[in-house]
Design a protein around this ligand. Structure first.
Ligand SMILES: NC(=O)C1=CN([C@@H]2O[C@H](COP(=O)(O)OP(=O)(O)OC[C@H]3O[C@@H](n4cnc5c(N)ncnc54)[C@H](OP(=O)(O)O)[C@@H]3O)[C@@H](O)[C@H]2O)C=CC1
Ligand SMILES: O=CC(=O)O
Length: 328
């Protein structure tokens, strides 16, 4: 039986790759930098499947060039790089990887909160550089217990963070566009965005990047936070105005920031944020454990193979796509 033609914009995990290769003839971009757009368009001319990554824009222009495309699958839960409406208009289902990364990403978001509050990375530098001479000069942190955590974007990952926070004795408030029906079970209080900014000692944002959320944390929002506030972004860099965050940290308008995501990514070594003493940055590692990345790769492969076979995708973002008649 003829194999499907598939493009991968990055290598994926070996076990998932093996499954894809059983059914597909693959073209894989293996370099560290993103695949050049012209090459991707060339490869997509006769491709039936695209296994994409967040650094590739899947838009009208790309889809118009990919006449044979049946499915786009991506190994991430966020899909701000994908024009979902354009996919739907062309009858192309798009699958992401929700669920399988929830606990792992919540661990990282909470680790950033704890790491920043107790200045773990500074303490490590302090010990390594031989400054530990007495108990007088150690870096001091702040308590979590009894403080208020504001979660912006209380979805799957936000709820998993809330569970961790509860165990540490934090009071939880949250903001979504819609109040959750289960917030009493979570022991979380729904508030409007302004109240969350003003009341929180720690803010964790896990809101998907969209036209609505782009830049939702800017100068005005930082000005409303407490001077003692810790701001943690584990969602996407572009929901924050980076210059405004830099100014807020430099002027001590807020106390601290911990970021797993930045704008841009990767962050250049001379980025002004790196000169600040009150910041902790990790390189977009929310889901980066061996187990979780493997699970994500398998789920993305499931979506890809289902779409190639004109079957419903296990986790489809646009399930209303109309398949060609008689295809299913
Ligand atoms: N750092 C990393 O490595 C990772 C980052 N992520 C990021 O985390 C995001 C969240 O993932 P996940 O929890 O699975 O997603 P979910 O869809 O489960 O949750 C998103 C939540 O955000 C709320 N929301 C959406 N838009 C807005 C808005 N404009 N203002 C306020 N609230 C909003 C939604 O509620 P409502 O619709 O009612 O507003 C929903 O509760 C992903 O989109 C991704 O960008 C995910 C995994 C790893
Ligand atoms: O950033 C990671 C994701 O899965 O989204």
């Amino acid at each position: 039986m003829a194999k499907y033609k598939v493009v991968l914009t990055k290598e994926t995990w070996p076990a998932a790759m093996e499954r894809i290769e059983q059914h597909c003839e693959v073209k894989v971009w293996k370099e560290a930098e993103p695949i050049p757009r012209t090459l991707l368009l060339e490869w997509l001319k006769d491709a039936e499947g695209l296994f994409s990554t967040g650094d590739v824009k899947v838009d009208e222009d790309l889809l118009a060039n990919a006449h044979q495309l049946r499915v786009v699958a991506q190994s991430s839960v966020g899909y701000d790089n994908i024009d979902i409406d354009a996919c739907t208009r062309r009858g192309i289902p798009f699958g992401n990887t929700p669920g399988v990364l929830v606990e792992t990403t919540a661990d990282l978001a909470f680790a950033l909160l704890l790491g920043a509050a107790r200045r773990i990375h500074e303490c490590w530098d302090f010990v390594k550089s031989g400054k530990w001479e007495s108990t007088n000069n150690i870096p001091f942190g702040v308590d979590l217990y009894g403080k208020t955590l504001g979660i912006v974007g209380m979805g799957d990952i936000g709820c998993a963070v809330a569970r961790r926070a509860k165990a540490c004795g934090l009071n939880i408030i949250y903001y979504n566009r819609t109040r959750r029906m289960d917030d009493q079970l979570l022991e979380a209080r729904y508030v409007d965005f302004r109240d969350l900014l003003q009341e929180s000692d720690f803010i964790i944002t896990l809101v998907p990047l969209s036209n609505q959320s782009r830049g939702m944390f800017g100068a005005k929002e930082f000005a409303q936070m407490k001077p003692s506030a810790y701001f943690i972004n584990a969602a996407r860099g572009s929901i924050v105005n980076t210059e405004a965050l830099y100014e807020a940290l430099k002027s001590k308008q807020i106390a601290y920031a911990a970021l797993d995501v930045t704008d841009p990514e990767p962050l250049a070594g001379d980025n002004p944020l790196l000169s600040l003493p009150n910041i902790l940055i990790t390189p977009h590692i929310g889901s980066a454990t061996y187990e979780t990345r493997n699970r994500m790769a398998h789920l993305a492969a499931d979506n890809l193979l289902a779409g190639l076979g004109r079957q419903a995708l296990p986790t489809c973002v646009n399930p209303t796509v109309n398949y060609p008649q008689g295809a299913l």
